[in-house]
Design a protein around this ligand. Sequence first.
Ligand code: ADP
Length: 270
Amino acid sequence: EPTTFAVRVAPLGTHGQVLVLAEDQTERRRVEAVRRDFVANVSHELKTPVGALSLLAETIQDAADDPEAVTRFAGRMQHEAARLTNVVQDLITLSRIQGGEPVAHPGRVQVDEIVHEAMDRCNTKAAAKDITLVTGGAQGLSLMGDEELLVTALRNLIDNAVAYSPEHTRVVVSARTIGAHVEISVSDQGIGIPESAQQRIFERFYRVDAARSRETGGTGLGLAIVKHVAVAHGGEVTVWSKEGSGSTFTLRLPAADAAAAAASQNSTAS
Ligand code: ADP
């Protein structure tokens, strides 16, 4: 990528002096290119399922007297509708949390409920690749937070785990308490993430390999959303990964009782 300058020349005074302003445009052009890519990706992510849905609706009309085919096509319609819902949900979530404010009205959230809700939203995608979703440890754990935001974050982690794994593998979603925190991990047996990229994947729009990502779909927003949601809850998200053997993403969030204790301490302090 060559460096580009915008140069402006203005006359200065009466002795023929001029003022020369040279502004480095490289970063601005890079940001513009990233945004153009993003708009193209989002348009593609919205148009693909809509196109598939209208095609499937047509097909189902022609197959009206074949109940087996109807069931199969209806299943695929469900899959496409879920995909559409996820992209729209991501865009809404991003606009909600971009400001970086803490969660507005946190409530008590059962960890096993959000884990199951997030897994449900990835079921058809996992089934299509014969990927088994396994869960454990979430029973009885609770958090203070925004249920919809937490489900969106978890769904993005599971969605990625499925997208970047080969067929017939396992994705494990597990939860546990460590001190005053609840940790929810999503582990896959997928392609992994090169060490040099591991810090950048949480940036908005960043994708490890544009060509590879285009095949799997996606907008480059998922992990930025996960990070925003974690931070808005007073937590964090970390990654462990090895190329060729898999990745584990861990959401670390304050447990409900710890969060309640901190809140009451704050209110007595002020
Ligand atoms: P995308 O829409 O591209 O999936 P994300 O923000 O969710 O956007 O992820 C950013 C990039 O991080 C992806 O493009 C992919 O290269 C990489 N990535 C995310 N999760 C995984 C995973 N579980 N395994 C391998 N690579 C991953």
